[in-house]
Design a protein around this ligand. Structure first.
Ligand SMILES: NC(=O)c1ccc[n+]([C@@H]2O[C@H](COP(=O)([O-])OP(=O)(O)OC[C@H]3O[C@@H](n4cnc5c(N)ncnc54)[C@H](OP(=O)(O)O)[C@@H]3O)[C@@H](O)[C@H]2O)c1
Length: 376
């Protein structure tokens, strides 16, 4: 089920706080960075904050630049992104600026919260997601019912923590401000709990006046058939690797990456790499990993094309190599067509042996791109 691209955006003090405990919101960013944030807001379909931020900051969450709003309208989009807040309790001030500025608003809440919000006269679409608020259901609702493809989440810490811990954040845009808060009662960006084990990928740093913007991508694969945002990043990389394959009229061009459960890349490969005219992507990648590596049983193999079930060129097909390596999770973009092997069913071989195969069909076009000449 496709979800929106979820971009977490926050500014923090040098000691990791989102705010102080004073009545006014602490301004952490610089003017140029607030303008950058305005640009990001203008680029997304929806902006989300938690009910705690609506209560503490009373924010408007607008696109302030008239030019950016005009550009949205010229593109056929709403002048303002959809504004979304989440609250289990529904205990929100109906006079808050959030409800009375900008364009469409939606409150995602629970059955109890919806009753309370309606009784309070909250001026928004009040949507109950059931007895509890499940983040995956919330994102599915925004994607499927509200057409949200890019979602900017502007805090607070409770919301950021949950989205990151649940593997639902695609990207973190973090601004580090050169000041200290020093009050343990102040809200922190990330609370305690179970985060991904390994390191996130740093993809950009930018100085903006006296603050620094850092962009990170989470790296940890999902578990079983539960798809994490990082699964999409790794599969996109596998599709990029497929573009590196020496061309062939008799074999597919495929890319593959092997990733440990903590998000560490163990190896990558692509078809026909290193001058071997018959090597497959998964085979090339797995050959670079020590077969005794204890991370293999918890690893995920990303392959732009489903691992092969039968092949003439080598004794073991890739589905078998993956199982023999101990890997039990495969994410792919494209099921193998009958081009070279009729009824190839690598996924069937894998699942029959207890592995999980996840197909993210939204990447199929990218996986097929270097194989266009084989069609028809
Ligand atoms: N520096 C920055 O970039 C930045 C940005 C935003 C906010 N902030 C600061 O962050 C602070 C607010 O952060 P916060 O952590 O207190 O609040 P928050 O994350 O904005 O909102 C938390 C609230 O959202 C609702 N919620 C979140 N997850 C839920 C779930 N799974 N089920 C049901 N309800 C859920 C709950 O509302 P109910 O309690 O109504 O049920 C919860 O109390 C403020 O001080 C603000 O200034 C800073």
């Amino acid at each position: 089920m496709p979800l929106p691209h979820v971009l977490l955006s926050a500014a923090v003090s040098l000691d990791g706080y989102l705010d102080d405990t004073g009545p006014e919101r602490l301004l952490l960013s610089s003017p140029a960075d607030f303008d950058r944030v305005d640009g990001v807001r203008a680029s997304v379909d929806a902006i989300l904050v938690g009910g705690g931020t609506v209560r503490a900051d009373n924010p408007r969450l607008l696109v302030n630049s008239a030019e950016r709003r005009a550009a949205r309208v010229a593109d056929g989009r709403a002048e303002y992104p959809l504004k979304v807040t989440v609250s289990g309790s529904g205990e929100l001030d109906p006079a808050a600026r959030f409800w009375h500025t900008g364009g469409d608003k939606v409150l995602l809440t629970t059955d109890d919260g919806a009753r309370r919000a309606r009784a309070l006269g909250i001026g928004a679409d009040v949507v109950s997601l059931g007895a509890d608020l499940d983040w995956r259901a919330a994102l599915e609702y925004l994607h499927d019912r509200r057409g949200v493809r890019r979602l900017m989440v502007e805090g607070g810490g409770t919301v950021h923590t949950q989205l990151l811990q649940q593997g639902l954040a695609d990207e973190l845009q973090l601004v580090l401000a050169p000041l200290f808060v020093g009050d343990p009662a102040a809200p922190r960006l990330f609370g305690p709990g179970a985060y991904q084990g390994g390191r996130l990928r740093l993809v950009e740093t930018r100085r903006i006046e006296d603050v620094v913007l850092m962009r990170y991508l989470p790296t940890a694969p999902g578990a079983g058939d539960r798809v994490a945002a990082a699964d999409r990043h790794w599969l996109a990389l596998a599709c990029e690797l497929a573009e590196l394959c020496p061309p062939s009229d008799t074999a597919f061009s495929v890319g593959a990456v092997v990733v440990a459960a903590d998000g560490s890349e163990l190896a990558r490969g692509h078809s026909r790499e290193g001058g071997d005219p018959v090597v497959h992507a998964e085979e090339a990648a797995l050959a670079k990993v020590d077969p005794e590596d204890p991370r293999l049983p918890g690893a995920t193999v990303y392959s732009s094309l489903e691992p092969c079930a039968r092949r003439a060129s080598r004794p073991a097909p890739c589905a078998r190599l993956i199982l023999d390596a101990g890997v039990r999770r495969v994410v792919t973009a494209w099921r193998e067509p009958d081009t070279f092997v009729a009824g190839a069913d690598g996924s069937g071989v894998l699942t029959a042996a207890g592995a999980v195969v996840v197909v993210l069909a939204e990447y199929a076009q990218r996986a097929k791109a270097p194989n266009r000449h084989l069609e028809g």
